[in-house]
Design a protein around this ligand. Structure first.
Ligand code: ADP
Ligand code: AMP
Length: 208
């Protein structure tokens, strides 16, 4: 386990999950992702209702629920890639009380490309591997190359919900990007091109 502490920021569909998998393999890091953790607990009853009620509408799950997930995951991690958090300024302030970060990478991808990426995304129901119907198709349609599991579309990857998630991103998460830019810790990486090309750019940043 190495001790890089990497924050991967970017809009929904920028490739954070795709690049996190590569980073965790390359540098032996923990992948801390609030999206996956919440999907595994969609029906959990909290005082705010269930996470699924917010997620299926494309809205943010309330901060106390998400902060709790992150603080627990950070306790167990030396090095990590943090993906999907913080998504608003309050979460960014909470995070700064919990840990320092070595690098903040912002994956830059234009809006219309994001809609194509998200509406074409398919994920394995068993192992969670991510594909794209056009940009990264499996060998056999609907079947995971890794484990043979069934590929499904996430409930929030329909066009209407994708557009709401992008609106929520602009309203709540773009200020977080600005926050790290003003602090001088943000490194922008071009998120277009193949996943391997994007990964090479991120690796150059980390090995600086
Ligand atoms: P995020 O975690 O930021 O929401 P994902 O990593 O799940 O994004 O990627 C969203 C979709 O875009 C997936 O279907 C994935 O296969 C595809 N994708 C990821 N990186 C690229 C890329 N560089 N070029 C084209 N498609 C990509
Ligand atoms: P993701 O897998 O990162 O695309 O996240 C899917 C959904 O989970 C989001 O649209 C939100 O509803 C919820 N979610 C994930 N991370 C957070 C977070 N940091 N704060 C609030 N909600 C979150």
């Amino acid at each position: 386990m190495s001790d890089h502490r990497i924050l991967l920021l970017g809009p929904p569909g920028a490739g954070k999950g795709t690049q996190s998998t590569r980073l965790t393999d390359e540098y032996d890091l923990d992948h801390i992702t609030t999206g996956d953790a919440l999907r595994a607990n969609k029906e959990m009853e909290t005082e705010y209702g269930t996470p699924g009620e917010y997620m299926d509408a494309g809205e943010l799950v309330p901060d106390p629920v998400v902060n709790e997930i992150v603080v627990t995951a950070l306790e167990d991690a030396d090095g990590f890639v943090l993906d999907g958090y913080p998504r608003n300024i309050e979460q960014a302030e909470y995070l700064s009380e919990q840990t320092d970060l070595d690098v903040v990478v912002f994956l830059d991808v234009p809006g219309e490309e994001l809609v194509d990426r998200l509406t074409g995304r398919r994920v394995c129901d068993d192992c969670g591997a991510t594909y794209h119907v056009r940009f990264d198709p499996p060998e056999e349609e609907g079947v995971c190359d890794e484990c043979g599991g069934e590929l499904v579309q996430r409930e929030d990857d329909t066009e209407d919900t994708v557009r709401e998630r992008l609106r929520v991103y602009r309203e709540n998460t773009e200020p977080v990007v600005e926050h790290y830019r003003e602090k001088g810790s943000l490194v922008e990486v071009d998120g277009e091109g193949s996943p391997d090309e994007v990964f090479d750019r991120i690796r150059d940043v980390i090995e600086g």
